[in-house]
Design a protein around this ligand. Structure first.
Ligand code: AMP
Ligand code: MG
Length: 351
C-alpha cells in the first residue's frame, strides 16, 4: 500500500494518564493523521471528523468501502449541536442517561460534517465514549473524532492494542495501548430519525434499558433487510477466519447438536472449535476438540466482554470450524447473537 507510515505504540495507564502522550496523539489528529485509541467498547481508528482528507485515510487504512459511514466521537454531549442539524429532546434525555457510554445516536447531520463521514447520507452517527483515554484524546484534540473499529474491513473488532497492530501496522501513526477494553462489543446504534426510534445495530446498551427512557424501541432485523441500511448489517462481518456455525434453540438440544456436528467434522478430518458458556464446558471434557467459553450464561457482560478474544483464540489455535451456541436475546444477549449471526454468515442451525 502506498503511504505506509511508522506505527508507534504508546502505552497509557488509564488510571494515571500521561498528558505528554495524549498531546502527542492529539497533535497527530490535528495534523490530519490517524490515531488508534481504546474506547470502552473496542479500539477505534480515529481522524479529525471535520477534515475530509484525514477521514479518507481511515478508509484506505481499513480497506473499508466508502459507502460505509463512520461514528463521530465527542468529548461531551455539549459538542452535539456542533455536529448535528437539530437536537431533539429525546436525544438530550438519552445523552443524560447513557453518555458517556456505548450508545450511538443517528441524527440529521450538520453541514460541517464531510460526506466522507456520512457516506454522503443525510444523517450522522454520534456518541460520547466512556473510556478515560478516549476522553483525554478528544479533549486534547479539540475536534470531534471520526472512528470506526480499528480492524481491516470485515475482520473481528479489536479489543487489545496487539489486535490493532496485527491488522493496521504501517497504516496508523500512533496506537494508544491502554490494555483490554471494558465492554468488548461495539456500541448500540440507535436511529432517532425514525419514530419510534430503531436499533440499527444491537450493542453495549440493551434494548431493555433504552425502553426505560423511550417506551417503544424496535430492532431492525438484519436478516430480513431488503437493502443494507447500516454496514454492520452486512453478512459475514465481524468474522473469524474459521467457518462459524451458530446453534439456536433449547439448551440441551443445542449442546447435543453441537456434539453431533463436532463428531461429524472430526471424522471428516476437520479441526473443531466449540464456543459455549462456562457451565457447558463439562459436556465437552475429554473430547478431542477445543472448547472455550467467554463466560457463564449468568454473566452476559463477561460473555460480551470476551467474545471477540475467544473467537481470536480459536482462530489462533488453527481450527477449521467453530460451533457456537446462542446466548438468548435478553440484555447483552441480543448484541452477542447479532455478532455471532454475522460471523456465521447465514450458517445457523436450529436445534
Ligand atoms: P464500526 O465503527 O466500523 O463498527 O461501524 C460503525 C457503525 O455505525 C456501522 O454499523 C454503521 O452502519 C453505523 N453508522 C454510522 N453512521 C451511520 C448513519 N449515518 N446511519 C446509520 N448507521 C450508521
Ligand atoms: Mg467495524
Amino acid at each position: 500500500m502506498k503511504g505506509m507510515v511508522t506505527t508507534q505504540i504508546l502505552e497509557v495507564d488509564p488510571s494515571a494518564i500521561a498528558a505528554e502522550i495524549i498531546y502527542r496523539a492529539a497533535d497527530v489528529i490535528q495534523a490530519g493523521g490517524l490515531v488508534a485509541f481504546p474506547t470502552e467498547t473496542v479500539y477505534g481508528l480515529g481522524a479529525n471528523a471535520l477534515n475530509a482528507i484525514a477521514v479518507r485515510r481511515i478508509f484506505t487504512a481499513k480497506d473499508r468501502p466508502a459507502h460505509d459511514p463512520l461514528i463521530v466521537h465527542l468529548a461531551s454531549s455539549q459538542g452535539l449541536p456542533g455536529v448535528v442539524a437539530t437536537v431533539p429532546d429525546v436525544a438530550w434525555r438519552l445523552a443524560e442517561h447513557f453518555w458517556p457510554g456505548p450508545l450511538t445516536l443517528v441524527l440529521p447531520r450538520a453541514s460541517v460534517i464531510p460526506d466522507e463521514v456520512t457516506a454522503g447520507g443525510p444523517t450522522v452517527a454520534v456518541r460520547v465514549p466512556a473510556h478515560p483515554v478516549a476522553q483525554a484524546l478528544l479533549e486534547a484534540s479539540g475536534v470531534p473524532i471520526a472512528a470506526p473499529s480499528a480492524n481491516r474491513f470485515g475482520r473481528l473488532s479489536p479489543t487489545r492494542a496487539s489486535d490493532v497492530l496485527a491488522d493496521l501496522a504501517g497504516r496508523v501513526e500512533i496506537i494508544l495501548d491502554a490494555g483490554a477494553t471494558f465492554v468488548g462489543v461495539e456500541s448500540t446504534v440507535l436511529s432517532l430519525v425514525e419514530d419510534p426510534p430503531v436499533i440499527l445495530r444491537p450493542g453495549g446498551v440493551s434494548r431493555e434499558s433504552l425502553m426505560t427512557i423511550l417506551g417503544n424501541v424496535s430492532v431492525r432485523e438484519h436478516e430480513r433487510l431488503p437493502v443494507q441500511r447500516s454496514p454492520g448489517m452486512l453478512d459475514q462481518h465481524y468474522a473469524p477466519r474459521a467457518r462459524l456455525i451458530l446453534f439456536r434453540g433449547e439448551h440441551t438440544a443445542v449442546l447435543q447438536a453441537i456434539q453431533r456436528e463436532a463428531e461429524r467434522f472430526d471424522k471428516a478430518q476437520q479441526r473443531v472449535g466449540v464456543l459455549v458458556a462456562t457451565e457447558d464446558l463439562a459436556a465437552f471434557e475429554g473430547r478431542p476438540w477445543m472448547a472455550l467459553a467467554p463466560g457463564p450464561f449468568t454473566d452476559l457482560d463477561m460473555v460480551a466482554h470476551r467474545l471477540f478474544t475467544t473467537l481470536r483464540a480459536l482462530d489462533a489455535a488453527g481450527v477449521d470450524v467453530i460451533l457456537a451456541r446462542d446466548f438468548g436475546a435478553a440484555g447483552l444477549g441480543l448484541a452477542i447473537r447479532d455478532r455471532l449471526t454475522r460471523a456465521a454468515g447465514g450458517q445457523i442451525i436450529t436445534a
